[in-house]
Design a protein around this ligand. Sequence first.
Ligand code: FES
Length: 203
Amino acid sequence: MANQGVNDPINTGRRRFLTATTAVVGAVGAGFAAVPFIKSWNPSARAKLAGAPVTADISALEEGQRLVFEWRGQPIWIVKRSKAILDALPTLDSHLRDPLSTNLDQQPSYIKGEFRSIKKDISVLVGLCTHLGCSPEMKAEIRPEPFDPEWKGGYFCPCHKSRFDMSGRVFQGVPAPINLLVPPHHYENDTTIIIGVDPKGAA
Ligand code: FES
């Protein structure tokens, strides 16, 4: 399929966007507490539907947790990654399709490399599989999984078994063609992310 650009609204006809699935934070294990889906309605529902930015308050986000916001009808995942997860990411490069995120259709130009984030520990992703748009499950613990005995944490899409690491980088040999998308975003302050607007001066 053609690559989905970071600013393209989701085509719900082609993609199986499972709204119900995104209403609950995905599978989490010990040390990974569930956080409710946050429906942020600022500045207004109508404006948001038109693509207005969404303000994400991450002041309560703790290591291992994920917050889910909605922007342009898409679930936006914000995850705080542990040092163990960050240390594991570079070890996965040889198993990935685009380890250094060279495909510029899948993230803004200021999102680079293995961590794919502005702040190393905070990952911001569009939570839709780049194959056909299912909502992948978060499998954030470093432990053997039935689908990968050397699993280092990441996202598993149950629809056709695509796998992504904790930066949203896609593994080789799975149906998803590209990494999970990263939406435009910037930090208004240490605990506030504006989803939908690039940092000042970003190309
Ligand atoms: S939609 Fe995720 S693997 Fe097919």
